[in-house]
Design a protein around this ligand. Structure first.
Ligand code: HEC
Ligand code: HEC
Ligand code: HEC
Ligand code: HEC
Ligand code: HEC
Length: 489
């Protein structure tokens, strides 16, 4: 044994074991790719989910496997000549015989260097891989078809710069919570691989973190104050696609700050008000019983007249939930529009030209039809609209072919942003509780229907002025708008 006894023994051990040799070949081949990719990812934040998957989910584990093989080989599969590598006697000799210990001391530098290089690559890998698993690309795009609806709706939402984990895990999450969620993610990966995921993906989400830990990292309803004016442009299904306005003053209110007591819509999430409810089903759509507990401990129970039967029938008698942001804002980021809203938004933004006669009416007809696949929808919408306009408005289309082309593109987008036949997500599959209406979601009216009554005969109000003041509904030239825009009188 020369100068570098222990190190030499180590390499000897490797070279004598076939397993170690294969392992070191694997490590040698994968390390440059791994390092180069991780470096590039650190600098440029690579967005392609498949590169990430190839590196972090395939190449990385292969590298780790190679590393393990080297050690396993050197320890257990020593070749023809026994090199005594790292057996207990071997180590004891090294540390007790002064001669050998002196040599070891001289090798320490090399050993430390090798170990720290390995350790650095290894921890950098773990760190990057962990971030990759938390990235929007991984969550939203890797399982492309499965997450297409959520990812598309997310991209179109005000939260498209907030990463998936910020709502689905939250930054304050401790390791226990995180590992539980990682476990769930592993199960989800398996479900994707074996195509056993449900279509559509079920909602509400099991074990979503309480809104206090996620939404309230960024939003503080206790500091909200005043009302919010909401002006929405809508379009009628007539020849001119006439513009009308909805103008609402939303009584957003406050969860109660230092000077004001809680009031209005965010009164529900004030610390002094605790609202719990029982629903008949997991989807939380039918709520027969609501309990309000005030800070002074007094409780009021509001029940529908058929609450006993409903709750007994469905057997969820003990299933209570405390109301938080998600009971109203269940679609802060995965916002699926209703057909009418989807077309109106395209028209308002000019993606569908308002100049094209009857486009609102025609678009609605085409996007609400049933299609087997997204591709079939695109084809039928394109062909159908072309045919209709060539028949009804031949000159207009001949003079201005771009008008129709743009409209078709907009209509297809209105459809494909909201309907995903492959995942069985269609209009109304995912309801939005910030709303109310007979057609789709009853939202606030799950409780606010004047039918939930306390023993004293008080009800949860459905009075139209509880939540908003209706300043104009589908009005062509509302006076209030002129006033707001300074053109009045
Ligand atoms: C602003 C917060 C927020 C962000 C960001 C977010 N989500 Fe969600 N997500 C929610 C809420 C809230 C729900 C519905 C919870 C409920 O009703 O129980 C939900 C539901 C889901 C569901 C269940 C199906 C559904 O639509 O209800 C999936 C799947 C999902 N999210 C995936 C993602 C992915 C992937 C990303 C990133 C591309 C993401 N989420 C980003 C808040 C968020
Ligand atoms: C990481 C920070 C962050 C988190 C977490 C977050 N939001 Fe937001 N949210 C924002 C920002 C920033 C905006 C403003 C976006 C804009 O105006 O374009 C916003 C906007 C909103 C709006 C107004 C949307 C509109 O149409 O004007 C609502 C409502 C909202 N968030 C609710 C929620 C709820 C509910 C949650 C929890 C499920 C949540 N947010 C989590 C940052 C966050
Ligand atoms: C009782 C239902 C309800 C609850 C509970 C609720 N909100 Fe809201 N929130 C609303 C409504 C309704 C609006 C107005 C939406 C609109 O018309 O734009 C709103 C508006 C907002 C806005 C936009 C404010 C603005 O000025 O544009 C934010 C941000 C928000 N909520 C965050 C939260 C957070 C965070 C929580 C939980 C702590 C929460 N909300 C709980 C119903 C609710
Ligand atoms: C789970 C049941 C439930 C849901 C869902 C619900 N609320 Fe309420 N809300 C209540 C209860 C209970 C009260 C208090 C009734 C009372 O004491 O008179 C209340 C009171 C209110 C108040 C009056 C607050 C005050 O100043 O005293 C407003 C405004 C309001 N809700 C708006 C909304 C809006 C908007 C939605 C839908 C986005 C909604 N609520 C959804 C249960 C609910
Ligand atoms: C418990 C609260 C609440 C009550 C009570 C209530 N609304 Fe609403 N209303 C809302 C919320 C929340 C929205 C959605 C606002 C948004 O789109 O951001 C809404 C939206 C509307 C809209 C649609 C506006 C638009 O542009 O989409 C109309 C119309 C409307 N309400 C009429 C009524 C009438 C009429 C009544 C009385 C029968 C009533 N509302 C009672 C909470 C309420």
């Amino acid at each position: 044994m020369g100068q570098f006894g222990m190190v030499k023994d180590f390499f000897l051990g490797i070279s004598r074991s076939r397993i170690s040799l294969i392992g070191s070949m694997i490590v040698t081949v994968t390390t440059p790719f791994l390092l180069a990719y991780m470096l590039a990812d650190t600098i440029w934040h690579i967005k392609n989910p498949y590169f990430g998957a190839a590196v972090y989910l395939a190449l990385g584990p292969i590298f780790l496997g190679g590393l393990t093989m080297i050690f396993v080989g050197a320890f257990f599969f020593r070749g023809e000549r026994d090199v005594h590598l790292f057996t207990l006697q071997y180590l004891r000799r090294y540390f007790t015989e002064p001669d050998m210990f002196g040599r070891l001391r001289r090798n320490v530098f090399l050993i430390v260097l090798l170990t720290s290089v390995n350790f650095a690559v290894f921890s950098m890998f773990l760190y990057r891989a962990y971030h990759y698993m938390e990235s929007t690309q991984f969550c939203g795009q890797f399982c492309h078809t499965v997450m297409a609806p959520e990812h598309t709706a997310y991209e179109n939402s005000p939260h498209s710069r907030v990463s998936c984990v910020e709502c689905h895990i939250g930054s304050g999450a401790d390791w226990f919570v995180k590992s539980k969620i990682s476990g769930a993610r592993a199960r989800q990966l398996i479900a994707v691989a074996t195509a056993t995921y449900p279509t559509p993906i079920q909602t509400p989400v099991h074990g979503l973190r309480p809104a206090r830990d996620t939404c309230e990292e960024c939003h503080r309803p206790e500091l909200f104050h005043g009302d919010k004016l909401k002006v929405t442009r809508r379009f009628l299904p007539d020849e001119k696609n006439s513009t009308v306005h909805d103008i609402l003053l939303m009584k957003i209110g406050s969860a109660g700050d230092r000077t004001q007591s809680s009031h209005g819509i965010h009164w529900h999430v004030a610390p002094e008000n605790k609202i719990t409810y029982r629903a008949t089903e997991h989807n939380r759509m039918v709520i027969p019983e609501v309990t309000l507990t005030k800070a002074d401990g007094t409780t009021t129970v509001f029940r529908t007249s058929d609450a006993d039967e409903l709750l007994a029938e469905t057997g969820t008698d003990g299933d209570m939930r405390e109301m938080d942001c998600i009971d109203c804002h269940n679609r802060p980021s995965h916002i699926y529009l209703q057909p009418d809203d989807a077309i109106d938004r395209m028209l308002a933004e000019g993606d569908i030209p308002q100049k094209l006669p009857y486009i609102k009416q025609q678009a609605l007809e085409f996007i609400t039809a049933d299609y087997e696949t997204s591709e079939a929808a695109r084809q039928t919408i394109t062909d159908g609209l072309s045919l209709w306009y060539r028949e009804k408005y031949p000159e207009l289309i001949a003079d201005n072919p771009k008008l129709l082309a743009r409209a078709i593109e907009g209509v297809v987008k209105a459809y494909s942003d909201n309907v995903f036949p492959e995942m069985k997500v269609t209009w109304g599959t995912y309801v939005n509780h910030i709303n109310h209406g007979p057609d789709f979601d009853i939202g606030c009216f799950r409780c606010h229907d004047d039918m939930h009554e306390s023993p004293e005969g008080k009800t949860i109000s459905a009075d139209c002025n509880t939540c908003h003041t209706l300043l104009a509904i589908e009005e062509k030239n509302p006076q209030i708008l002129k006033t707001l825009q300074g053109e009045a009188l």
